[in-house]
Design a protein around this ligand. Structure first.
Ligand code: SF4
Ligand code: SF4
Length: 142
């Protein structure tokens, strides 16, 4: 590396998932867009109707995953996300949500709910690394 080159940003500099499952709990889940729905159907190897009947909660045009015992139907305490390859892109993006860059309050709220986000970094440093990662990856997912 030359002296003018800066080292590549690594996701692990700002985030390492602790597999606590907190983000898969709650009374609602993220919404699935059309691409998410197709990816999930393909990953599960079932018909769309079967996936819809077994796993989705549909309200008007909004498709979410069903909640069972206070968590997403795909969450397992032992295995974590059981539809990992077919999970919605918003799940794959969490917790490095773009809103972090807009407002420190968003950063604080997300860091409070996700123990995987670095506790050491100041907001500005965190944002600088996140911005570089976003520039290097078209869609930042984990
Ligand atoms: S809340 Fe954060 S650390 Fe916990 S499972 Fe979700 S992403 Fe990982
Ligand atoms: S799809 Fe997977 S990552 Fe997303 S909420 Fe459900 S269990 Fe969690």
């Amino acid at each position: 590396m030359s002296e003018t080159e800066s080292p590549q940003a690594r996701i692990s500099d700002i985030f390492q998932c602790r597999r606590c499952g907190h983000c898969c709990h709650g009374e609602t889940t993220v919404s699935l867009d059309r691409e998410d729905q197709e990816r999930m159907v393909a990953a599960l190897g079932m018909s769309r109707q079967e996936v819809s009947d077994r796993y989705w909660r549909i309200t008007g045009n909004t498709v979410q995953m069903k909640i069972v015992d206070g968590h997403c139907i795909f969450y397992s305490e032992n295995e974590g996300c059981t539809v990992h390859e077919g999970r919605p892109w918003r799940c794959a993006q969490w917790p490095l949500h773009p809103s972090i860059l807009l407002d420190e309050a968003n950063f604080t709220a997300i860091r409070t709910s996700c123990p995987g986000i670095s506790r050491e970094l100041e907001y500005d440093t965190f944002c600088a690394i996140l911005q570089r990662l976003q520039e290097e990856h078209r869609r930042l997912t984990f």
